[in-house]
Design a protein around this ligand. Sequence first.
Ligand SMILES: Cc1cc2nc3c(=O)[nH]c(=O)nc-3n(C[C@H](O)[C@H](O)[C@H](O)COP(=O)(O)OP(=O)(O)OC[C@H]3O[C@@H](n4cnc5c(N)ncnc54)[C@H](O)[C@@H]3O)c2cc1C
Length: 403
Amino acid sequence: MAGRPAPMVRMGEMADKSYDVVIVGGGVMGCACAYFLKQADETIQVAVVEKDPSYTYASSTLSMANVRIQFSLKENIEISLYAFEFFDRFQEEMAVDGDAPDLSFQREGNLFIADEAGRPAAEEALALQKSLGCRVDWWTPEEIRAHYPLYRPEEFAGGTFGPDDGYIDAYSMLMGFRKKARVLGAEFVQDEVTQVEVDDRRVVGVRLASGERLRAGAVVNCAGAWAAEVASTAGIHLPIEPVKRQIYALKTGVKFDAPLPLTVLPSGLYFRTETGNLILVGKSLDEDPVGFDFTWERRRFERLLWPELADFVPAFDAVKVVRGWAGLYAVNRMDDNAVLGEWPEVKGFYLANGFSGHGLQQGPAVGRYISELILQRPPTLDLSIFGPERVLENRPLSESGIV
Ligand SMILES: Cc1cc2nc3c(=O)[nH]c(=O)nc-3n(C[C@H](O)[C@H](O)[C@H](O)COP(=O)(O)OP(=O)(O)OC[C@H]3O[C@@H](n4cnc5c(N)ncnc54)[C@H](O)[C@@H]3O)c2cc1C
């Protein structure tokens, strides 16, 4: 653990506050890092700086909150296996004074439809998932139809179904980590980090919009879609961009006897049932705008999503868009995977960034991993494959399960 620098006080100036670790951003990643640090070592001084504690634009609260083991990279599968395990005891572990956050984990399954072109990759991922002990099966189009008679899967090769996959209440997860981290002694500061301060290739703290400085030997970038902005203040370029993604909630006129799993078509179109007899649907497109744009476009659904949706589920040929929202993916343009660990050129500056639309479920494993790196403990789950060196060396990872 990097030593705590002595505070520097000048005449007439307020003393800088000193911490061991300052975390930039109090979304799921920031709160999970704070929780695991404090849980591992209660003496460590941790501050989490969050500019918007209402979390209006944080991805953590705008997520579809899906959790799945259906990835193709071993470490992404292992991250989700740990999430499953952790979520099972989340309520107990995060309880504060009898108040226990309920994640309402709905294990309604994930169904990834494959066409002939995608079948080899789907089978390869399936074999890896099974070798790691995951429950996932290959279904033929007939089997898909037998389970979900509303679907028209005949033109596809089949699909992989993971019955343990599902979705959680993202806000409860965020609040669970936040409240527990606070009770364990992490300080939450409402302010904006405007500068990560570096001296002689070593991080020394952060400067805030209020003018205050927080000194620390370790700073963790958990700024989600704002990660590249925060890193740039330390002279670091990250290939991470904020990309607008939009979700639509539909009334369909269909009375669902049983929930539909999160179903993902080879094009990337995805949908699932939501409480209130609604359907949630979305699709990531190359043309999705880059920037901090949260406007939501109802017509985009009619133009770009509905025809394909109604083709696969003919009963959805008449639907009403009742609401929706826009949020940001922190897209890692290099390989759509997380960037985790200490930036090699700035000692003490840690990254937990670039989750590209699948970060919520990675919160527990990433929080634990970053805390272990900072505390210089052997990692329980080795996630060094996501190390930031690969950004400097331009060594992309390959993961076929990105939606
Ligand atoms: C529409 C949508 C659907 C998604 N669906 C899923 C899904 O099904 N499953 C899944 O696992 N993931 C999903 N994700 C991705 C997931 O939500 C994110 O990967 C995850 O929440 C990232 O958490 P975070 O803490 O890194 O970012 P955030 O939750 O965005 O938190 C970052 C925080 O940093 C704060 N911040 C930024 N800059 C500063 C600064 N300079 N100073 C102080 N504070 C700052 C922000 O205010 C924000 O609160 C989805 C995302 C979106 C947008």
